[in-house]
Ligand binder design. Sequence first.
Ligand SMILES: Nc1nc2c(c(=O)[nH]1)N[C@H]1C(S)=C(S)[C@@H](COP(=O)(O)OP(=O)(O)OC[C@H]3O[C@@H](n4cnc5c(=O)[nH]c(N)nc54)[C@H](O)[C@@H]3O)O[C@H]1N2
Ligand SMILES: Nc1nc2c(c(=O)[nH]1)N[C@H]1C(S)=C(S)[C@@H](COP(=O)(O)OP(=O)(O)OC[C@H]3O[C@@H](n4cnc5c(=O)[nH]c(N)nc54)[C@H](O)[C@@H]3O)O[C@H]1N2
Ligand SMILES: [Mo]
Length: 594
Amino acid sequence: MAEKTACGLDCYDACRILHEEGKIKGDANHPAGNGALCAVVNRYMDETERITQPRVEGKEVSMEEAMAAVAEAFKCEKSLLWRGSGNVGVMQEVTELFMEQVGGCLTKGSLCDGAGAAGIEAGRGVNKTLPLEQIEKSEVVVVWGRNLTVTNSHLMPYLEGKKLIVIDPVRTEIAKRADIFLQVAPRTDYYIAIMLARFIFMEDSEDKEWLEEFAPDFEDFYDYTREHRIKAILKYIDLDLGDFGRVLNYLRDRKVVFLVGTGVQKYSTGSYTLHAIDSLAAVLGLFGREGCGVGYLGESRLGFVNPFETTCKRVSKVDTEFGDFDTVLVQGGNPAATMPDTNRVTEALEGVENLIYFGLHENETSKMAKIVIPAKTFYEKEDARLSYGHQYVTAMKKIKTSEIGISEYDFTRYLFDAFGFSGLESEEYYLNAWLSQCKELNGELVSPAYEALPYGDGFGEEGDDEFAFIEEFNDDFVNTKRFTKYRKESQNKPKDETLWLLSPKSKRSINTQFVRDNRVQLNPVLGFKDGEKVKVSSEYGEYIFEVECSEYLRGDTALITNNTIGVNYLTPSIISDEGENACYQEVKVRVERI
Ligand SMILES: Nc1nc2c(c(=O)[nH]1)N[C@H]1C(S)=C(S)[C@@H](COP(=O)(O)OP(=O)(O)OC[C@H]3O[C@@H](n4cnc5c(=O)[nH]c(N)nc54)[C@H](O)[C@@H]3O)O[C@H]1N2
Ligand SMILES: Nc1nc2c(c(=O)[nH]1)N[C@H]1C(S)=C(S)[C@@H](COP(=O)(O)OP(=O)(O)OC[C@H]3O[C@@H](n4cnc5c(=O)[nH]c(N)nc54)[C@H](O)[C@@H]3O)O[C@H]1N2
Ligand SMILES: [Mo]
């Protein structure tokens, strides 16, 4: 019989994996999979790319010596654990228990979905995951800033036979299949949502009955939408009334789900965007209704009592002042490449006396580290996988033994023993603490927060609050930095020479794990040629990339996928207004021949 485990890579799908005689394959019976595994997870099985030997100050040493060096490094005044998302199994968190004992710091905020999550919480109180079966029952799917075929491909079967609307500045693969594709200017989604809501009120298509019961402040929200000037905004967002009319025809009186991705919220204003999209959904009465809802990256830990909860002090994950610490443990992450403003980050990391890298692969951060500890892959240890894309939970079974690396649990055990700390329970205890809290649904484990119809009774922690509409929007960026509008019909070269920088995910990597890239994609209207080397610069830094022309982009954008070496030299380390999130796309760049 095949053993079951789940993919621990940071992705919506959290696929279940079957293992038999050293081979892995997908599980066709898993609700969130169709039996196929992606190229990336297959690559994770590959031993040849791993760090095999621990290192201290450049010298290969035994694991015992390396762990002794780690323990020594933590005998300091100020220490920090900076955890990335290389493996999102729950057991990654166990190291935080050691940080609490040793009086160290953790991080707060997010490089990922924090702004959007804050916007959702502002409206709904809690960020519940949209169950897969509601997507299945929908009639219309709006894919809004999510690159579905790349980042969430196992959802594709759920879209079959549905009307499809895609809102994205890039003509992505999913956009090519859409009934309506709005190739919007970046960073305008707040206005799109507000305008759609306003038009729905204007034509009396709002769901009055639902609103009166669950969102009684809707009249105020209508007034709020009317404070926005239609003509000026249409011009600003580069859409016309016809575009809105066509979208409205699909939204009215149908079962609609919005599948929103991180693309709409990598900005200082990201929380307002999600709050506006949720407010639009509320006007249509899409919450708590069959075949309807807004799916974003849900709070996977919702409903669980977390056995790894600590009282540690926390510092920002977005603009971490690494230099304030004597010892920094980087676990499952590559901050030297994935954090914004690489110039700032590398300088700060250089100021750390003891930089420890605990991971699988060599990367920008491992190269800077004084101590390198190879990790075990998720095939070589026990864990549990929750998901931000669906309700299912899978126990991750150890399916392989390897001489290489140490698990997060054993790493923590070693340090507890070295320091003589007590209170660390057994590995089984923690696994069981997570898995025993799950519910069951058709023979599958699901999150304790799972409800067939989320928000069916109302909003907030207890489920008895009203929906809170968005009532303010602060945006300094647009006011201070005017940019020239690019008219898609004229295909003119924009007069403003600076371009929006988009940095979405790539097919062949998970963030910076696996295949790296060196390209910048540009619309041919900008006059660059395939293969040409260009310098891309922003007010934060610059880097050299190779041009790939793409008709799928607007003329006012440059696209560099986030696995590309050097991309974050260009990005700012500012923090979103709400949600303490990174704002990778709050930047405009210049492209020059070299
Ligand atoms: N293959 C693969 N899968 C992954 C990952 C990976 O690296 N590789 N990473 C995983 C992780 S960590 C995450 S967080 C998820 C994220 O997955 P997604 O939510 O899909 O996020 P992105 O790939 O960043 O971009 C989504 C889309 O937003 C669009 N976009 C950019 N700016 C805007 C805007 O202003 N408005 C609108 N409407 N759209 C915009 C981009 O063109 C892109 O098509 O994917 C996960 N899955
Ligand atoms: N420009 C730009 N930058 C971005 C983004 C963007 O959209 N644009 N997206 C951001 C997003 S959404 C995210 S989530 C972050 C991700 O940023 P990070 O969390 O830094 O992710 P990775 O670069 O994938 O690094 C993962 C590391 O985990 C290690 N690893 C894998 N499995 C294990 C394990 O089981 N144990 C241990 N100890 N280590 C393991 C791998 O070797 C690798 O070094 O990047 C962000 N960076
Ligand atoms: Mo992410």
